[in-house]
Design a protein around this ligand. Structure first.
Ligand code: GAP
Length: 503
């Protein structure tokens, strides 16, 4: 992960926001290559989700909406995470990410006794960390007896009397943690010249509500028929208590969400399963390996009251298996809420039964930044390569799918001081540039130029050499990033390859 973060900075994928002022926790900037990669992820999703489907339309709604939207949706009352403060260090934690266990020791006389508590922040190995801390505690206090295995619970499960005994992760001492309390994650702002309560508005914490609020507008103007979807890509904002793991959980991020409306009597579980499979296939189409993907079905007792079923597509990040894409069956909850709050029915007329009804919805919701991080993690490799002279070196390579790679082809004249080579390379470069993001590089030895492109994920390099000029056929050397194999191709063959692989 550290090497990946360093590469992201060094090659201009991701910078800390406001870096010259020391950065701003939970906010990031995308550099020239990052902006290109992010745009490609968005464009692929939009093409596959909206343009290439007959049953999905796209919209773009405002980031700041009427505050009543967030009251009706339940966000004002309930969009919160449990927050815990450490009164001494002033650190804040999410209670469901802070784990604890009693340290139980059974003495020689066979009596089990709690001798203290240990705590640890959620990690790949929370239980292991708690166990090690319990062993160290027992050793330091020189307590005899057998230590029981720790039982990790999060702080939302702690009794009031336990909270006073659990050490703060910041100080290692008990007595400073507060009981968990609900912390609303919506960013507030004021709209207009007044800054009193009447002008309070929110930066949207999800793009989804835009689709629900515009449902009738789309139905009345869009010639859509059930089942159909409304999709949108846009920024969302959450005042996360603990932004972390680079861009995985940030305070400003981008979502790609789609609300798929189905008949109230339709088989929702079938539609749900079809969308989960669609999302998995799409992730593979942009290069995520099957081996890194899994599913997590939310247990029935933990579902939100309006949800009939939620399945998350999980990705194996270096810091653990984490949610990438949530696919929820939300019933008719959102449309019904907005109908009640606005007084405007959100129904559709059924031609067969001649009855009006509120459609149900399946919602695949994913973060662009999480996909960005997943493709970097899956694609990053450091591998030993041996050249013709037998020298071995480590090459860093980003195996990005040609669909999303920020640069598709690098055009390299073999020598920069041979005008015929440069002229032919420039002509090819200009022609490619009309359709693709390409890069022209004439500096340094050809091997170094290949390595630079490997590191940023460019799938192909094209070298214009003396054979291009002197031999019939006007062919170039095409070098493949992953196999490092080289072959000769014509301009037409190069364009055909790009046409097939970049879609
Ligand atoms: N409309 C439903 C909704 O917003 P969610 O599970 O809260 O559901 C959907 O968010 C997706 O948005 C997540 O699966 C994740 O990919 C992304 N996401 C959520 N919070 C995020 C954050 N703080 N930083 C980056 N991505 C986030």
């Amino acid at each position: 992960m550290d090497n990946l973060v360093a590469l992201a900075k060094r090659r201009g994928f991701i910078f800390q926001s406001s870096e010259i002022y020391g950065g701003f926790n939970g906010f990031f900037d995308y550099g020239p290559l990052g902006a290109e990669l992010k745009k490609n992820i968005r464009d692929c999703w939009w093409a596959d989700m909206v343009q290439r489907r007959d049953d999905v339309v796209g919209i773009e709604t405002s980031i700041i909406m009427h505050p009543k939207v967030w009251e009706a949706s339940g966000h004002v009352a309930g969009f919160s995470d449990p927050l815990v403060d450490c009164k001494v260090s002033k650190q804040r934690y999410r209670a469901d990410q802070l784990f604890f266990s009693p340290i139980i020791v059974t003495g020689l006389e066979g009596v089990a006794q709690t001798i203290g508590y240990v705590s640890a922040l959620e990690s790949e190995n929370t239980a292991g960390e708690l166990q090690a801390a319990a062993e160290s505690f027992k050793r330091k206090k020189a307590i005899q007896g057998t230590l029981s295995p720790v039982v990790a619970k999060d702080l939302t499960e702690a009794r009031e009397d336990e909270i006073a005994l659990i050490p703060s992760p910041a100080t290692g001492e008990p007595g400073s943690l507060t009981a968990p309390r609900a912390f609303n994650m919506m960013f507030q702002t004021n709209v207009g010249a007044m800054t009193d309560g009447s002008s309070v508005a929110y930066l949207r914490p999800e793009t989804a509500q835009g689709m629900f609020v515009d449902f009738k507008n789309v139905v009345d103007t869009g010639r859509v028929k059930l089942p159909f979807g409304i999709a949108q890509i846009g920024k969302s904002f959450r005042n996360e208590i603990t932004p972390r793991n680079f861009i995985f959980r940030s305070r400003e991020f981008e979502q790609m969400e789609m609300e798929y409306f189905i008949h109230e009597d339709a088989d929702w579980s079938k539609a749900h399963e079809e969308w989960i499979a669609w999302c998995e296939a799409w992730l593979k189409s942009i290069g995520l390996p099957d081996s890194h993907l899994s599913r997590y079905a939310h247990p029935k007792e933990k579902l939100a009251f309006y949800s009939r079923g939620t399945v998350d597509i999980m990705f194996k990040y270096p810091f653990g298996v984490q949610e990438l894409w949530g696919i929820a069956a939300r019933g008719s909850y959102d449309l019904t809420q907005h109908a009640q709050a606005s007084g405007k029915p959100q129904e559709i007329f059924d031609e067969t039964t001649k009855k009006k009804f509120v459609p149900h919805v399946i919602e695949p919701a994913v973060g662009v930044d999480r996909i960005f991080l997943a493709v970097l993690c899956a694609g990053y490799a450091e591998e030993a390569v041996t050249d013709d002279k037998g020298n071995t070196e480590v090459r860093t390579v980003l195996r990005l799918s040609p669909r999303i790679a920020p640069v598709k082809v690098a055009v390299l004249p073999l020598l920069k001081n041979k005008e015929v080579l440069v002229a032919r390379a420039q002509a090819l470069y200009k022609k490619l540039q009309r359709r693709y993001a390409v890069f022209y590089d004439e500096t340094a030895a050809i091997g170094r130029r290949y390595r630079r492109q490997d590191e940023i994920g460019t799938p192909w390099c094209v070298t214009i050499d003396f054979d291009t000029i002197e031999k019939p056929g006007d062919t170039f050397t095409l070098r493949d990033r992953d196999t490092m194999q080289q072959r000769r191709v014509t301009e037409a063959e190069l364009f055909a390859l790009l046409e097939e692989q970049v879609y």
